[in-house]
Design a binder for this molecule. Structure first.
Ligand SMILES: CC(C)[C@H](C(=O)O)[C@@H](O)C(=O)O
Length: 456
């Protein structure tokens, strides 16, 4: 069996499963957020009754992150619905968004230093917050009402996005009927060269197979190249499995996975036990591709779909109006570090926005110093408009007052986010070019699509 089949067989209580079979699977975690949570709750109440209880209040994780930090009353009402439901059901993991994102300074016993607390529980973008808060564990099944839930496949688990109807059902029963997806195999070898990032790996792969090339398939990323990829890198790659239509993306378990998961579950006092899945010697794949990481170059997915891959160095003629670094895919600390390396001591020439994925990323950027400047200051001094309000922000447009949203037609934006269908970041007549944070940073310095190696 492939990694995906192994997790699913275990979750179905079976010795083996095969691609194409329909099986009942037990969920370990159900995640929902402000956009789909109210709908999911509605389905749950309609189908199970107004007084129904969720199947396990400790296994449901609720993270407002999309349409927040806005004056839009409907969006704010959505968060209120989540608050009421959490109280009613005694949901343990609710990372509420607070009114004052600047918080106060408190002593952090773990780090032994003063740190800024951004509110008690607010966690930022759900896909980045889930691992940070210790909710992603090898060998488990994670369902989420968001297509980028597949990001957690970086942690050797089966993670997939489901709709509100399915999620309402999982909420009541902890189970879901699933068709086992066939697995596509991506064998990674070699090592990324300077200026090339995990984003380029996944843009390369989607460019090879097309934005629907993995529809209802599992994408398994393994091979010796994985050892050189950080957990952040693996998250970026797994996150965009859905941009090729995949059901899920999955990585093998190794010492890096263990280190990350153990540290986060300990720190957050979440469940500490887990059982990873190992690949079998003989696995049945529906497709195979070898990717030599050392030969990849900085890439861009041109408007209007994530499969329109081109080399950054060949797109110097495309003039840009805006640059954006953020989201689950491109707003992790390592993403901003790579951008800062390029931007340090230089100035952007177009509107450039930076939205950290989580408050933890904000803290890391503000407390990590290069000489006497924090990484946060490097970015601000280069002219990047940074916000401390970690969230999805303009990645998917959002209400008109959303930070960084494209509110005018004709704007061309290069973005470290994950999706670029028409209207994705706001105005329907705008264009989004997807690239790594390094390529976004280099392009912000020149005002046209630029290969970051020009600045290394
Ligand atoms: C709002 C949500 C349903 C959506 C998704 O599922 O992906 C969003 O997160 C996105 O990135 O487009």
């Amino acid at each position: 069996m492939t990694l995906t089949e192994k997790v699913l067989a275990r979750a179905a209580g079976r010795a083996r499963v095969e691609a194409g079979e329909n099986i009942w699977v037990k969920a370990d975690i159900l995640m929902t957020h402000d956009v789909c949570g109210p709908g999911t709750i509605g389905v749950f109440k309609r189908e199970f009754g107004p007084n129904a209880r969720v199947w396990d209040p400790k296994a449901i994780v609720i993270i407002p992150d999309h349409y927040i930090f806005t004056a839009d009353s409907k969006s704010n009402r959505n968060v209120d619905i989540l608050r009421e439901f959490v109280k009613e059901q005694g949901i343990e993991y609710f990372y509420d968004v607070i009114d004052d994102p600047n918080g106060v300074w408190r002593f952090d016993p773990v780090k032994g230093m003063l740190r800024r607390q951004y509110g008690l529980r607010y966690a930022g973008v759900c896909h980045t917050a889930l691992p940070e808060k210790g909710h992603t564990r090898p060998g488990e099944v994670l369902f989420g009402t968001d297509s980028h839930t597949c990001m957690a496949g970086a942690f050797n688990e089966f993670a997939t996005g489901i709709g509100n109807t399915d999620a309402g059902f999982v909420m009541g029963t902890g189970r879901l009927l699933l068709k086992v997806p066939p697995t596509m195999h991506f064998y990674l070898e070699g090592r990324l060269q300077p200026g090339v990032m995990a984003k380029d790996v996944i843009l390369h792969i989607i460019g090879e197979i097309g934005f629907d090339g993995a529809t209802y398939r599992a994408m398994q990323f393994d091979g010796p190249g994985v050892a050189h990829l950080s957990m952040d890198d693996r998250m970026t790659i797994a996150n965009m499995a859905i941009e090729a239509g995949a059901k899920n993306g999955i990585f093998p378990f190794d010492a890096r996975t263990a280190e990350y998961v153990e540290a986060r579950t300990r720190l957050n006092n979440t469940k500490r036990t887990y059982e990873p899945v190992e690949p079998d010697k003989d696995q049945k794949f529906i497709y195979e591709l070898v990717v030599d990481l050392s030969r990849l170059e900085p890439l861009v997915a041109c408007h209007p779909d994530p499969g329109r891959r081109k080399k950054a160095k060949e797109l110097g003629h495309i003039r840009l109006d805006r640059a954006y670094i953020g989201s689950c895919t491109g707003g992790k600390a390592s993403d901003f570090v790579e951008a800062a390396r390029i931007l340090r001591g230089r100035k952007v020439v177009i509107d450039t926005f930076g939205v950290p994925a989580t408050p933890e990323v904000v803290r890391e950027l503000q407390t990590t110093f290069w000489g006497c400047e924090s990484i946060w200051d490097v970015l601000v001094n280069a002219g990047v408009q940074m916000t401390e309000n970690a969230s999805c922000a303009a990645c998917l447009g959002g209400p008109v007052d959303t930070f960084g949203r494209i509110n005018r037609p004709g704007i061309k934006c290069i973005s470290a986010t994950n999706r670029n269908f028409p209207g994705r970041m706001g105005d329907k007549e705008s264009e989004v070019y997807l690239a790594s944070p390094a390529t976004v940073a280099a392009s912000a310095l020149t005002g046209r699509i630029t290969d970051p190696r020009e600045f290394l």
